[in-house]
Write a protein that binds this ligand. Structure first.
Ligand code: SAM
Ligand code: SF4
Length: 347
């Protein structure tokens, strides 16, 4: 990362961000906030519900919240507006499962109307077949679909459901109607699906999608943490194979330094947060939990900043902006060269 006021280009939007100072301006003249570790804040991931229609055994649900307290479309729109004014360029909706919200199309339409460079959504794909077209019409650019296995038994084991064929149909539909790119998120787990990576890559190539392999994370929100010791798989083993096979490798500097491997006319991305100082050094993302708190770091829950209560108490935009800035000031790399006492335990 640049230390000396130099200018760097963001991968997707080509706008310029000056580092080495507290604030800088992108090409559209909106200030981009830079945290104290010289990382520009470019994207916001909003978890719009904690509810889900399946039960992935490894899932890290962020925050617990009854449905009636979920953020409303208007509140989400207000948050997105403030984010936009702080130079944030990309919004991703997540959850829980965002498509279980009946007002999801309305939420996407409100956010898209604000003119972000990129509006995307992460979904388990079970409801994607029916929602792809309405979401695209509402302005959604792209989707990531979590899909860990092609094997019905393994799918049932992981998700406690029988929706595998529905997810496949959802992925095909999203591609067909032109959401682009469609990415398949596969959490790689030892003795569950680690042998399936190449089959999944084949499936992705055949269906015009990009495979994103994700390292299993240990999470404090999950009651059973034995799964981590049992199923954690070091995906750098797969990365080594990818390095041998790839005809081209690209790095996404503003996306946690993720690597993209181009293999046999297909594309695989690798997401490896654990013990990864580069992931943290290049993290440009702020998050919002389903209970409306700004979350400065994927791997921490002890430095959240509440946003929804102030919104409900009619704080002004200026006051809400200050809360965003407080969360940005709280950002620090979880893994730095100094290391962690016990990097496997999330705070
Ligand atoms: N329900 C949506 C879905 O499954 O895509 C969005 C929410 S889900 C929490 C977002 C992503 O987090 C999914 O790709 C899921 O596979 C991933 N995820 C959940 N728990 C995880 C864990 N313990 N380790 C790694 N990834 C995890
Ligand atoms: Fe968690 Fe997403 Fe699985 Fe639902 S589909 S249990 S939110 S990972």
């Amino acid at each position: 990362m640049n230390q000396n006021n130099s200018t760097v280009k963001t991968e997707q939007d080509n706008s310029e961000v000056k580092t080495g100072q507290n604030n800088s301006r992108g090409q559209n003249n909106t200030k981009v906030e830079i945290d104290t570790f010289q990382r520009p804040v470019l994207s916001l991931r909003i978890s719009i519900t904690n509810r889900c229609n399946i039960k992935c055994f490894y899932c890290h649900h962020d925050g617990a919240i009854p449905q009636e307290y979920e953020m409303t479309p208007l509140e989400i729109e207000r948050i997105a507006k403030i984010a936009k004014n702080l130079g944030i360029k990309k919004i991703r909706l997540s959850g829980g499962e965002p498509l279980v919200r009946k007002d999801i199309v309305n939420i996407v339409a409100r956010i898209s109307a604000l003119g972000f460079k990129d509006v995307s959504l992460t979904t388990n794909g079970t409801l994607l077949e029916e929602y792809s077209q309405p979401l695209k019409d509402a302005g959604l650019n792209r989707v990531n679909v979590s899909f860990d296995t092609l094997n019905p038994e393994t799918y049932r084991f992981i998700t406690k459901s029988n929706y595998l064929e529905r997810v496949k149909k959802g992925i095909k539909k999203a591609v067909e109607i032109g959401l682009y790119p469609v990415k398949v998120n596969m959490v790689v787990m030892r003795d569950l699906n680690h042998q399936e990576v190449w089959d999944m890559f084949q499936f992705c190539k055949e269906n015009g999608t990009i495979l994103q392999i994700i390292e299993l994370l240990k999470t404090e929100s999950c009651p059973d943490t034995d799964f981590f010791d049992e199923h954690h798989y070091d995906i750098s083993i797969i990365e080594e194979k990818l390095m041998e096979k790839a005809t081209n490798i690209k790095t996404r500097p503003f996306m946690q330094d993720r690597k993209k491997y181009f293999v046999d006319d297909g594309e695989i991305e690798v997401v490896r947060p654990m013990d990864n100082t580069k992931f943290c050094k290049n993290c440009t993302r702020l998050r919002i939990t389903p209970d409306g708190k700004l979350k400065p770091c994927l791997l921490r829950n002890d430095n959240l900043v509440d946003l929804i209560e102030p919104i409900r108490q009619n704080y002004s935009d200026e006051e809400l902006k200050k809360l965003f800035l407080e969360a940005i000031a709280n950002r620090e790399p979880y893994y730095s060269e100094c290391g962690r006492e016990d990097p496997k335990v999330l705070r």
